[in-house]
Design a protein around this ligand. Structure first.
Ligand code: PEP
Ligand code: MG
Length: 590
């Protein structure tokens, strides 16, 4: 059997998708300064105006399409961008620069935009700073039009199209939920990048970290995405397409069989119960979490509410509705809402204005919320109001904690907003828990002190790995170094579980590791009793826990904790898991 070309990356969201490629280039392309001969200047000005007209038309199409798919808020953004793209003042400045400097249009545009951005610099007004973001977006559209590159048009994807991108920011990835994209391939990304997490939530097969995938798509008519193996096959032979269609059906059948066991308790063979909760990014995942037998929600990434509504902030009432929807879906069970974890790579330009040099180490998570008291107040009030409706148990979880003072401040704010709500005549919740994510090494190391301030810990191994190993979780150049089974990460996890047990508070783990079959025995063996994972992985993890004995798991954990390298740990766990599975009928991607 032959096929034209196979590219290899990291399979990050299981499943197989087959369809035509939809190529999107998001990374800015370098702009060169060219010196034009005098007789070419007029033609260059003409080229600028033609590109502006094309960009305006593309934006107008996007607005029309957004109106029918994602609603008026998005449509009005594209409309405003269209007006900016054909703004005579902007264009005349670029034109003037082309003439004055005999420069190419791309360079002249870049220079004019830089000057305009400089004028926004230091402006305190949020509205004006948002205009800066708009200006950047419009500049990117104009550059694309000048360079003859297509603009991303996710909503227009033909049914089952495979999105192929150099990079795709989470804010764009969430648009996939309203589209018909069947699969997803990108040059950037790692196993725990937020875009990957969204692909999993949406059940879209995905392969990331595929070098040079965009140029490989030139003239390609069809692509297979194998999210199990991390393979991307360009223009496959018809016979190969058949083979993959069969594999896709087989996978779906297996998923159906696993779902049929969702009601069984996740208890080890020697009787140790393990709670399996769901990670939910978008509310429409609630049915999948219920079908997978989730015993509650271990992580609701509330920032996606914000990203879906951006640039309009969801108001207090809208947030109360969203949190209540979760509480009503899981009556009597814990529902953990993580306060906004914006910043880093997750859309915070609206809030911050100026980009940071190193956003992953910057104003992210709780740090950003504490800098934006009004913004945080809306969320905390909404959480308190939802919790007081008397459904289930709300657990408020604060991300990116690194200092005890941060938790204390959040507690003070909660008390203050509680008082405020009481004075306004709102009832207050009878039960409410406050906890923190342990995802920064400093938090793991001061866990004993943090435990005195909170009701629970949730270990976020996606970030804990990133920050412990100093490896950007979304950077394909260092993805080989991103190893959650590195002994340093394992030791921190072990320590946090032990501290939580001593302090008698709940501890769960909600990073992607919770869904990794290799990790299940070692985590159970370290004493972890609560896992939170994306809904699709619940059945497999349940099956695994039911095949384990706690005694055996403890032995595995003790041995794993003695090993020196990530490779040794992975090989050891693979060997143990294979032995364990020899008698269990569960096919797992290893
Ligand atoms: C984590 O860091 O492990 C986590 C669950 O949070 P997120 O992936 O949203 O950063
Ligand atoms: Mg995190």
């Amino acid at each position: 059997m032959s096929y034209s070309r196979m590219l290899v990356g990291l399979g990050v969201s299981p499943g197989i998708a087959i369809g035509p490629p939809l190529v999107v280039e998001n990374r800015p392309q370098p702009v060169l300064r060219l010196f034009l001969s005098p007789d070419r200047v007029e033609a260059e000005v003409q080229r600028l105006h033609e590109a502006a007209a094309r960009a305006a038309m593309a934006l107008s199409d996007l607005a029309a399409q957004a109106r029918t798919t994602v609603g008026h808020e998005y449509a009005s953004i594209f409309e405003a961008h269209r007006l900016m793209a054909e703004d005579p003042t902007l264009l005349s400045q670029v034109e003037e620069r082309i003439r004055r400097e005999s420069a190419n249009a791309e360079w002249a545009l870049q220079e004019v935009i830089q000057v305009m951005l400089g004028q926004f610099e230091g402006l305190g007004d949020v509205y004006l700073r948002e205009r800066r973001t708009d200006l950047l977006d419009v500049a990117a559209q104009l550059q694309r039009a000048l360079q003859g590159r297509a603009s991303p048009r996710l909503g227009e994807a033909p049914d089952g199209a495979i999105l192929v991108a150099d990079d795709i920011p989470p804010s764009q990835a969430i648009q996939l939920s309203s589209g018909s994209v069947g699969g997803f391939v990108s040059e950037a990304g790692g196993i725990t990048s937020h875009t990957t997490i969204i692909a999993k939530s949406l059940g879209i097969p995905a392969v990331v970290g595929v070098a040079q995938v965009v140029p490989a798509m030139e003239r390609a008519a069809m692509v297979i995405v194998d999210g199990f193996e991390g393979h991307v096959i360009v223009d496959p032979e018809p016979a190969l397409v058949q083979v993959y269609r069969l594999r896709a059906e087989e996978y779906q059948q297996r998923q159906r069989e696993l779902l049929a066991t969702a009601h069984l308790p996740a208890t080890t063979v020697d009787g140790r119960p393990v709670e399996l909760l769901a990670n939910i990014d978008l509310l429409h995942e609630i049915p999948a979490a219920k079908a997978g037998g989730a015993g509650g929600v271990g992580l609701f990434r509330s920032e996606f509410l914000f990203m879906q509504a951006s640039p309009v902030l969801p108001d207090e009432d809208q947030q109360v509705e969203a949190y209540s929807q979760l509480l009503e879906a899981f009556p009597g069970q814990p529902v953990t809402v993580r306060t906004y974890d914006l910043g880093g790579k997750k859309l915070a330009r609206e809030l911050l204005g100026n980009p940071e040099d190193n956003p992953v180490l910057g104003l992210r998570g709780v740090r950003l919320c504490l800098r934006k008291p009004e913004f945080f107040r809306t969320q905390l009030r909404a959480l308190l109001r939802a919790a007081s409706r008397g459904q289930g148990l709300l657990r408020i979880m604060v991300p990116l904690i690194g200092h005890v003072e941060e938790v204390k401040t959040v507690r003070v704010l909660l008390a203050r907003y509680g008082e405020e709500l009481r004075a306004e005549g709102h009832p207050l919740p009878d039960r409410l828990q406050v906890g923190v994510m342990i995802e920064v090494p400093s938090a793991a190391l001061i866990a004993k002190h943090l435990a005195k301030e909170v009701d629970f810990f949730a270990i976020g191994t996606n970030d804990l790995t990133q920050y412990t190993l100093a490896v950007d979780r979304a950077n394909e150049y260092v993805s080989e170094l991103y190893r959650p089974f590195h002994p340093a990460v394992l030791r921190l996890i072990h320590r946090v579980i032990a501290v939580a047990h001593d302090a008698q508070i709940t501890v769960s783990l909600c990073g992607e590791m919770a869904a990794d079959p290799l990790a299940v025995p070692v985590l159970v063996g370290m004493g972890l009793r609560e896992f939170s994972l994306h809904p699709a992985a619940l059945p497999v993890v349940r099956r695994l826990v039911r095949a384990l004995s706690f005694r055996e798991a403890r032995r595995i954990a003790n041995r794993a904790l003695e090993l020196a390298t990530a490779k040794e740990v992975e090989e050891y766990l693979l060997e143990q898991l294979s032995a364990l599975l020899a008698h269990v009928k569960v096919r797992i991607r290893l």
